[in-house]
Design a binder for this molecule. Structure first.
Ligand code: HEC
Length: 167
């Protein structure tokens, strides 16, 4: 009997490991620190749709690795800028609106020291290569990203307006 219990225990454990590994699996080429980003706080409630002069063309969802309680004042409910050190913002872009279609572009902003000339943010973007669906970083400097993002200076260089607050 004891043997079966041990077996069952080990079996459940490996099943659990397998399932968590699956749910956290990141496509090859993307950095580990954004693992599970699609479970983070979503900034935009509605998918951002392609538009004329779209800087990152496609259907977009934007996520942040912070709880809304950290990002806004509990009394006034106003956003507290700047975003704290360690903040990571991920924008996932699809070319079609279908929820299960491939994400072809991942844009990342990381709040970390050493980026004083680019608003405190490090910028990097990855595209999916058509050959094997892995991601590769695009050749675009963080200064060029910031040149446009600094236009959102009222919201700490983040363009997407927060409209998806959780309590
Ligand atoms: C020409 C302007 C422009 C350039 C250049 C640009 N972006 Fe953006 N970015 C935007 C706009 C506008 C948004 C708002 C959402 C949208 O419509 O795509 C945005 C959204 C984002 C977001 C989601 C957070 C936010 O600010 O809304 C990330 C992350 C991001 N961009 C990363 C990058 C990176 C990395 C680069 C450089 C490789 C870059 N961007 C270059 C205009 C730009």
């Amino acid at each position: 009997m004891k043997k079966y219990i041990t077996f069952f225990f080990l079996f459940s454990l490996s099943l659990y490991g397998f399932v968590t590994a699956l749910s956290q699996s990141l496509p090859a080429g993307l950095p580990e620190d954004i693992s599970g980003y699609n479970n983070w706080t979503k900034i935009n409630k509605k998918t951002i749709r392609p538009r004329f002069n779209d800087p990152h063309r496609g259907y977009k969802k934007v996520y942040v690795n912070q709880e809304t309680s950290i990002l806004r004042d509990s009394k006034t409910k106003k956003l507290l800028f700047p975003y704290p050190e360690g903040t990571i913002i991920v924008k996932a872009v699809r070319i079609t609106p279908k929820a299960n279609s491939n994400i072809t572009l991942i844009s990342i902003m990381r709040k970390k020291s050493g980026n004083e000339t680019t608003g405190g943010w490090d910028f990097i973007e990855y595209t999916m290569s058509s050959s094997d669906n892995s991601f590769i970083p695009i050749n675009f400097s963080k200064e060029s990203c910031y040149a446009c993002h600094q236009g959102a200076s009222n919201s700490d260089s983040v363009w997407t307006k927060f409209d998806n607050f959780r309590k």
